[in-house]
Structure formats: C-alpha cells, structure tokens
Design a protein around this ligand. Structure first.
Ligand SMILES: Cc1ncc(COP(=O)(O)O)c(C=O)c1O
Length: 395
C-alpha cells in the first residue's frame, strides 16, 4: 500500500509545552488586559528589529491602519492624498489606504524579486503623494536604499509593510527600522503565531504614543493601561483621574489580550531556529528544482539581504500554472496564487481595468503561485514536493 502522505500546507503550527505553560500563567494571573506579557513581547520584538518602540495590535492590518492614521493626523494629510504601494501584495496593504480615505497609487514590481521596483516610483509621484509603503514580500526585504533615497528627496514618509517578513536584514539593518513605522503580523502561518496579532515598530517616541492611543479608542496616553495609575504622586494622580476618560483622536479598538503576548514571547525564544529551518527548506527546494529553471522564475534573493521565506514563491514562465497547481493539489501539496491584487473583483470595481499597465504584476497574477516553506515541513516532504514537480514535467 502506498505510504499515506499528509497534506503539505502553506502554514503549520505546533505549540510547545512552554507556549501552553505561558498561556496558563496568564490565565492563572487573572489579568487579560494590556500588561507585563504584551509589554515584554513588544519591547523584545522592537529591539530585535532595531527599533526603540513596539506596539502590539490585534492584526497586521490594524497596525497598518493606525500607521497611516497617525501620519495623516500628524502631518495634516488630506482625504484623497496619495500613498505609493506595490502592485503585488496582500490586499490589506492598499485597503488601509482606502479605509483612511486616501488613494493608493500602484507601482509595478521587479519580475525577479516580486518586490516594488524602485526605478518606477518617481514617475508615480505627484503633488499629492505623501508616503511610500514598500512591502517585504514572502520573506524578502524590498530594496530599501533607493526607496529611502526617493522618500528623502520628495519629503515622503515611509511605512514598511513587513507582515510577511520578520527578523530579516537588508545591508545589515533590520526590516521595520528603515521607515517611520514598520508593521508586522503574527497571524496564522507567519513566523511567530499568536492567532491574531500585529506589531508596529518605530523609533519616534511621539509616533509611538500616537499609535498606542489610536489602537485604544484614541485615549489620552496618560491612561492607557491599568498600571498607569500605580504608585503615582498625589499631584500626578489628580491629572490621571481627570483624564482617565479623555479621548484625543479618532481611535479604534485594536487591542490584544495578554494571551497573545504570552504566545509571542514564548515563540520569540526559538526564532533563530524557525528562521534557520525556513532558509534550509528553501535552499533544498532551490537545489532540487534548479534543473527546472527553464520553467520557473523563483523569487530571487539579492546578496545584500536575507530571505526568511515565509512562503516559497514562483512564477511559471510558460502557461502550465493551472495544470501544475491542480497536479500539486491532487498530490496533497497546497498552493496559493501569488498575491494577485489588481485583478480582484473589488479593485476592478474601484480602479477599473488597470492590470495591463503593470506588466510584471500581470505576469505574476496570471502565472505565479507559492507553496509552504515553514519549519514543520520535513526533509522527506520537501523531497516529495521536488519529486512531484519533476513528475509533472516528465509527463
Ligand atoms: C503583506 C501583508 N500585509 C498585511 C497583512 C495583514 O495581516 P493580518 O492578516 O494580520 O491582518 C498580510 C497578511 O498576511 C500581508 O501578507
């Protein structure tokens, strides 16, 4: 009888005994609201990403949303002002621009890295452009030097959408530390998985305060946590009491509980192993599939940066994608389209038929897909995937 193969998914999760103990500690403490676990997770995460402050929210999308909102408020951006985003990304990147009543302006991507092409940014800048939002796609940092240079030249803010990339460096510097604010996700299938969750990183103390307030209903920063009135002077207490119910901006309810903080903190301890294994799996895929190079453009990793491989992405050079992914799915190998954006029904309704203006994105939309590259996939399963690719092209 043929050996039963388990489904090889794009994500996986195996919580350890320590993870569960940490969550139980939270439950034993009878405190679920913003407290020591989330605070420590935020602080360690920020440090690992070369940033002074970390702010945990309930999703990567929430983190992106309040980043745009904070900068819009601080700099007096107006409705209809523009933010530059890549033409290939998860839809949340550009959705948050729309939700903030601003306009996403798309820039095509590099056909080899699948990240925003810095050479195409300047032609999209207008008098209403306010920010650039590069995305570090699938685990690969975008080309930040030219992006930062353009931002500086045109006085634009930079929000890094790093929801797909953690613990990766570009020219020695961490993702999430280049722009004004970095945004991460700890949703299912990411590197650190807390169920729901997102993080902002920034080294700007005023922005950190604004972000924290915006995710807490726009509350005055004097009273965000129930710890904020612990052991304060009488004078300070007077002020706190008068402002406990003071709201200074139009905020949101984007909070997490201490349980997400505890899960994050516990998993941070094994982040080196998580990244090492993802890189190892990707290297094994690349080696095993190297003789099929004529059929695929794999995501290329320039020498000046890490690729931490949240996912293993590729674009078919020919027109075999449909047949190939059906064959892989029939073989218990899960696939997903490679983040097609401009051809989504909702975007076609909003922006019209603009996909043809972005040839690299169109090729990726038509012919790109990804497979899993997570630490729970075994070498045997990687070899099975490689064998299945070969079997397809031999038929
Ligand atoms: C590029 C990108 N941005 C934003 C998000 C949104 O993150 P979340 O699902 O935590 O809201 C994702 C989700 O994976 C993503 O891939």
């Amino acid at each position: 009888m043929a050996e039963q193969i388990r489904d090889i998914g794009v994500g996986g999760l195996e919580l350890t005994k320590e993870d569960k103990e940490m969550v139980n500690k939270v439950l034993d403490s009878n405190r679920l609201s913003y407290g020591p676990y989330v605070k420590q997770f935020e602080s360690e995460f920020a440090k690992m990403h070369d940033s002074k402050f970390g702010i945990m929210t309930n999703s990567g999308t929430s983190s992106l949303h309040i980043s745009v909102a904070a900068l819009k408020e601080r700099h007096g951006w107006e409705d209809g002002d523009e933010i530059i985003v890549p033409a290939v990304t998860f839809i949340a990147t550009s959705n948050v621009v729309l939700h903030n009543n601003m306009k996403p302006v798309f820039v095509d991507v590099e056909p080899n890295t699948f990240n925003m092409d810095p050479k195409l940014i300047e032609e999209r800048i207008t008098s209403r452009t306010r920010a650039i939002m590069p995305v570090h796609l699938l685990g690969l940092p975008a080309d930040m030097d030219p992006i930062m240079k353009i931002a500086k030249k045109h006085k634009l803010k930079v929000i890094e959408d790093s929801a797909e990339t953690m613990f990766a460096r570009y020219k020695g510097k961490s993702v999430g530390s280049f722009g004004d604010i970095g945004c991460f996700s700890t949703y299912i299938a990411h590197y650190i998985v807390t169920g729901v969750g997102g993080l902002n990183t920034t080294s700007d103390p005023d922005l950190a305060v604004m972000l924290r307030s915006l995710m807490n209903h726009g509350r005055d920063s004097i009273y965000i946590s129930i710890d904020d009135d612990n052991r304060q002077s009488k004078e300070k207490m007077k002020e706190i009491i008068s402002k406990r119910f003071s709201f200074v901006s139009l905020g949101h309810s984007f909070r997490v509980t201490e349980m997400e903080g505890a899960l994050g903190l516990s998993q941070l301890k094994r982040k080196d192993e998580i990244i090492r294994r993802r890189k190892e799996i990707a290297a094994r895929y690349l080696k095993g599939l190297s003789d099929l190079g004529e059929h695929f453009q794999f995501q290329e990793t320039p020498k000046d940066r890490d690729n931490v491989y949240m996912l293993f992405g590729m674009v078919c050079k020919g027109d075999e994608k449909k047949e190939l992914i059906q064959f892989l799915e029939d073989s218990h190998i899960e696939t997903r389209d490679l983040l097609p954006l401009l051809n989504q029904p909702i975007y076609k309704r909003i922006f019209g038929d603009i996909e043809g203006d972005y040839p690299a994105a169109k090729k990726i939309n038509d012919s790109g897909f990804y497979i899993g590259c997570h630490q729970y996939i075994t070498d045997k399963e990687v070899d099975y995937v490689i064998a299945k690719f070969h079997e397809f092209f031999k038929r």
